[in-house]
Design a binder for this molecule. Structure first.
Ligand code: ZN
Length: 280
């Protein structure tokens, strides 16, 4: 398996807390290559979408039976393989009843592996790739306000994610300039002994509600999936558009600050930090 890399974030702007923040992570692209080339997984790897039917009724199960994979596959050249990255993260207590030590780990796996294999701990198909810094405990004696510390905590998490997910941007240099659907790709040998041109997509990020709020830079009482205002929660069917991270990113860097602040705030977006997940 690919080794851990040490990284450091310069915290000198935040002189009240740390100087340098050190953390360890694994390259997600190298992790995906490692998962693909395991021979014991070769019988359970899928590189193309399928439609399954029982008595004429479409059945959905594995990721490759969904419409999403078909739609993404249509954007690729013939023979190319889609590799959906699945990230998982959760903050977990390391101690029970005593102390409050927590760890916020990020794991990854790929949608090409059948869920039966992915979910079996002995196949080691879900790999830890990073540990995010837990929120610093607020102290009343601190020189900064609680609100300012919350902004810093949020900023730190996104700075760490920027470093961890940087390999996905590096691969974008392989992008074909004529490609109307820009893609990140790499070449690798699979467990079955074949070479694949693998196109990266973020297939899913599994996390609980508070964590989606942090990862997507949303204020509490927002919907992670659509732009419904809090007072309209529960309305069915919802008429509000799905969240479009590309729009948020463009607006975040919009020169007209009055317009962008008003619009992003209305959609429940925290304006305190750029979000790396908007670019993927
Ligand atoms: Zn919603």
């Amino acid at each position: 398996m690919n080794s851990w890399t040490e990284a450091v974030i310069d915290m000198t702007q935040n002189a009240n807390q740390y100087d340098l923040l050190k953390f360890w992570y694994r390259d997600p692209i190298e992790t995906a290559k490692w998962l693909l080339r395991q021979t014991y997984n070769s019988q359970n790897l899928v590189f193309s979408p399928e439609r399954s039917f029982t008595n004429g009724i479409r059945e959905y199960g594995e990721m490759y039976t969904g419409d999403w994979w078909w739609n993404e596959q249509d954007k690729l050249t013939t023979g190319a393989s889609l590799v959906p990255f699945i990230f998982l993260s959760d903050s977990t207590y390391l101690t029970a009843y005593i102390g409050d030590k927590k760890i916020w780990s990020v794991y990854m796996t790929i949608g090409n592996l059948s869920s039966v294999v992915r979910m079996k701990p002995t196949t080691h198909s879900v790999v830890m790739i990073a540990v995010l810094p837990e929120k610093a405990k607020y102290s009343a004696q601190s020189d900064i306000s609680r609100q300012k510390q919350a902004i810093w905590d949020h900023w730190i998490v996104h700075e760490v994610l920027k470093v961890v997910l940087q390999p996905l941007f590096d691969y974008s240099r392989n992008r074909d300039p004529n490609d109307t659907h820009p893609s990140l790709y790499f070449h690798t040998l699979c467990g079955g002994g074949n070479w694949h041109q693998c196109f990266v997509r973020i297939g899913a990020w599994l996390a609980d509600y508070p964590e989606h709020m942090a990862l997507q830079s949303l204020h509490a009482n927002s919907c992670p999936w659509c732009e419904v205002p809090a007072l309209k929660f529960g309305d069915y069917p919802s008429v509000f558009p799905h969240r479009d991270h590309q729009v948020y990113m463009c607006l975040f860097y919009n020169e007209d600050s009055t317009q962008r602040v008003a619009q992003l705030t209305e959609w429940g977006i925290r304006m305190t930090t750029d979000n790396v997940l908007w670019r993927l």
